[in-house]
Design a protein around this ligand. Sequence first.
Ligand code: AMP
Length: 239
Amino acid sequence: MGGGAVAGSNHGGHGVIPGVRLVILGRQGAGKGTQCTRLARHYIVPHISTGDILRAAFKEGTDFGRKAQEYMSRGDLLPDDIIIGVVGERLVKDDTRTRGYILDGFPRTVGQAEALAELTSEAPIDLAIDLEVPEDIVLLRISNRRVCVDCGTNYSVQAPPRYDWICDVCGGDVVHREDDTPDAVRKRLDLYSKETEPLIAYFEQLRMLVGVDGIGSADEVTQRIVHAIESRGRGGVVG
Ligand code: AMP
């Protein structure tokens, strides 16, 4: 991959772990969670979702988790320094250092992106993918989406789990996310325009951005993203 040298580590004689360091941008409901899970399997790297980390902390009942939940239920962003600390701790772990990662939900502000650049100064990210889905479509998707409280697998009213809202992957309860209320969703979309959209220009300026059409089946979108990453790896089109 461009920029970094994660790619190509040998793995027990069973071929090569491709490895990649990616940031996935996109509105809530653009399919980031689904695509990040698929990409993490494809590239055999950890999927780091800040939303999942915060929800797990809340479920564990830590003080931090309870505080984070107050922000989440309102649809507000946590302060930059707090979330930067959370991601910083995760990025020093062995798996991310040796294999790479897929960052989902971070950075969400230019301040967070600048902190990420510092945190990764020795091994910068390869690419930021902007998963493009218009606002009217994400609104529809969010009202229909359901999520496993234990493992975070996404479902929808149109594509439910096999048995009575029990997760196919881990057996957890599949529910409507608490912060998917109309008010909180509206606030998150407004925050996305105000705080996160400027990141598109930020990564574009660094020639790290690739826009990918997020409309279509999960397979189609994954193929587009992988193609974008591989093209970039061969020194292909950027932006
Ligand atoms: P998500 O699952 O990515 O939609 O995140 C759920 C909620 O977690 C967001 O609405 C925020 O309250 C909080 N959150 C997740 N990532 C961040 C971040 N990078 N910066 C600030 N707050 C975040």
